[in-house]
Unconditional design. Structure first.
Length: 255
């Protein structure tokens, strides 16, 4: 018979996979559930357990997107390498440095993303890359490094930030940005997980049910995004960022 903790984490992982596949921000669901069920646990253990499950759904979404959306592999290849290194380095830093300053800045960072996206006109509705192959690869690698460090060190909203930067800086539409984000986010998670797992910061007893649920949620979310395209991704993206603003603001200044 399943216990309450496993059921709660499994349901949270299912919803997180669905949301994350469309617009990022799956940690918005799983981390509060983990914190609610295990309020006294070490943050590194909760982060590690979350990433172990989320990487499965993110990988599922990445494969599904790659089958239907033409991904810019020459751009993504070098970005994947630095995303992995960034994720591993960020996870190492979280064991050395407090994230309180970043926690307090996060609501304002997300609010900027929300406002720029909401009033940014038709940016992201049409796929119109702005740079040549080398320039695009260089910028994508810079984005991947920064987001890898952020994801390993802190994490909330990594997928949403990736979508935002790929749309605003590289000229991707939301569907191509979401597809590329899954590849990069999977890699940042893997980098962080390599460090956290080797350091014993993963509760593997919860991995299988959370991973299966996350895969199912991601498959459903990806199919919905592919069916309805960039307009749906943008709408869900704005909704996720809005909730992230409220949640991160509450955590930083009230809770």
């Amino acid at each position: 018979m399943l216990d309450f903790e496993t059921v709660a984490l499994t349901l949270g992982s299912l919803l997180a996979g669905f949301v994350n596949a469309i617009a990022g921000g799956g940690g918005l669901v799983t981390l509060p559930v983990l914190l609610g069920v295990f309020p006294q646990a070490e943050p590194a253990v909760l982060f590690g357990t979350n990433k172990a499950a989320m990487i499965c759904g993110t990988a599922t979404a990445a494969v599904d997107y790659a089958r239907h959306v033409r991904l810019p592999w020459p751009t993504l290849a070098p970005a994947i390498v630095v995303a992995f290194l960034g994720g591993m380095t960020g996870a190492w830093l979280v064991t050395l440095v407090s994230g309180d300053g970043l926690r307090r800045a996060l609501p304002f960072m997300l609010a900027t993303v929300f406002v720029v996206t909401l009033f940014g006109g038709q940016v992201g509705e049409r796929h119109a890359p702005r740079f040549g192959a080398r320039g695009e690869a260089a910028i994508a690698s810079g984005i991947a490094l920064a987001m890898g460090l952020y994801d390993g060190f802190f994490g909330p909203g990594t997928g949403s930030f990736l979508i935002f930067f790929l749309v605003r800086l590289l000229g991707f539409d939301y569907l191509h940005a979401a597809a590329s984000t899954k590849v990069l986010n999977m890699t940042t998670n893997l980098g962080a997980l390599v460090f956290l797992g080797s350091a014993g910061h993963v509760w593997w007893q919860f991995f299988l049910p959370m991973a299966i649920a996350n895969i199912v949620g991601a498959a459903l979310g990806t199919r919905l995004a592919l069916k309805h395209g960039s307009r749906l991704v943008r709408g869900v993206f704005l909704a996720v960022v809005a909730v992230l603003i409220l949640k991160s603001g509450y955590d930083a200044y009230v809770g």
